[in-house]
Design a protein around this ligand. Structure first.
Ligand code: H2U
Length: 379
């Protein structure tokens, strides 16, 4: 029964006006992601396939979302909450940032020469030290509020706290990854609204690739890749979900996840979060609220995703230098596909060969645009 309901609602989603308007690319094709130098296989006709696989429980999202009574109980991230190591949080009334009690990266004196695996200099067994610092940021004192349910000023406080962390960690670390895992389906371990910050002395794979690709483009054309990309998107608009005076939320041409979006500035070239002015911060808070409200309204759940900020790399040599090949952007990767209960799995062909998606980015953008960014389904 649940399977049929899900299929029916998804078919009606994709048929009618949406299908008629964007029915032109209805055959399999590969799309290029210039930021990562990768191809994505797009198979729109596959949206029609029956689903006999895993159906997530809708209540799972709700139980693990931060809006239930369960989430209200004092937990380790709440004001006054006692953390796993016995430390009690202060009674904070806005954002609160602390060093992760279980950090993946630490700044201890790991030896530079880790040659136990390749003491003959063999290139097939390379090891490098990995040092860094991990932080946790609580967005709000209430466990019941996710970002789209917060006020603009409360989201602004989160943006300011992100910038504060970047200003503190950026001069020291080569990369400062701010990311939010939302929902248990994305591996989030705590329902209190929060994100993490992992700062490392090395440039991780994805930013390293993005840095190289954008640099190559800049050297060839004398303009930032994402600047050119955004101007093209503005002239067409079919992948744009939301726009305000400074920011654009769109489903990238090369999106991999069904309702993946990218948030980026379009009025001027901005390299990093700490480059944005007060007006831009406020309009960023506003577009974040709108985009996340759209996400929640789509399946009427607290929408799960992993999001992260990507801006010009940092570190002692680079923090104060201009890196005009970069444009700041946030990426949102939600796992849900057909409904609140059907998840897209990146397995099989995706793991063994290449990322693949069914619904086209244009259809995904159209579906997201149909949601009201100004009214959350819960309010
Ligand atoms: P996630 O929900 O994305 O897993 O992030 C929660 C982080 O909070 C996680 O990295 C940390 C976990 O290590 N944490 C503490 O540092 N102390 C605690 O007492 C609970 C959770």
């Amino acid at each position: 029964m649940a399977i049929n309901e899900n299929l029916c609602s998804f078919f009606s989603f994709l048929t009618g006006t949406v299908m008629a308007k964007f029915g032109s690319i209805d055959y399999p094709h590969n799309r290029y992601n210039p930021l990562l130098d990768e191809w994505i296989l797009v198979c729109p006709h596959r949206s029609k396939r029956p689903w006999m696989g895993k159906i997530e429980k809708k209540e799972d999202h709700q139980n693990q979302s931060n809006e239930t009574a369960a989430g209200e109980k004092l937990n380790a991230l709440s004001p006054g909450g006692v953390r796993a190591n016995g430390i009690q949080n202060p009674l904070y009334n806005s954002t609160y940032v602390f060093d992760n009690d279980f950090p993946a990266l630490i700044d201890t004196d790991c030896p530079d020469n880790l040659n136990i695996y390749n003491n003959d200099g063999n290139q097939l067994f390379r090891v490098q030290p990995a040092r860094g610092r991990c932080r946790v940021m609580c967005f709000h004192p209430s466990s019941r509020l996710s970002l789209p349910l917060m006020s603009i000023d409360e989201i602004l406080a989160v943006i300011n706290a992100w910038i504060g962390e970047l200003l503190k960690l950026g001069p020291i670390y080569r990369w400062v990854q701010i990311f939010e895992n939302k929902g248990a389906i994305m591996g989030c371990s705590n329902p209190h609204p929060h994100c993490q910050i992992w700062a490392s002395h090395f440039l991780p794979n994805i930013p390293r690739k993005k840095d190289q690709q954008q640099r190559n483009y800049f050297e060839k054309y004398g303009r930032a890749m994402l600047w050119d990309y955004v101007q093209k998107e503005l002239s067409n608009e079919e992948r744009i979900v939301l726009k305000n005076e400074h920011w654009l939320a769109l489903v990238p041409f090369w999106a991999t996840w069904p309702f993946e979006t990218m948030l980026l500035p379009y009025h001027r070239s901005i390299q990093r979060l700490n480059d944005i002015n007060e007006m831009e911060k406020k309009s960023l808070a506003s577009i974040m609220k709108g985009l996340l409200t759209i996400y929640d309204n789509l399946f009427e759940i607290s929408f799960p995703y992993s999001m992260g900020w990507h801006g010009a790399p940092t570190g002692p040599e680079y923090f104060d230098s201009k890196q005009p090949h970069w444009i700041l952007h946030a990426v949102y990767y939600p796992p849900l596909l057909r409904s609140a209960t059907i998840k897209k799995f990146m397995v099989g062909y995706e793991l063994c060969a290449q990322s693949q998606r069914d619904i086209t980015p244009e259809k995904a953008a159209e579906i997201l645009r149909q949601q009201n960014p100004n009214k959350h389904y819960k309010i």
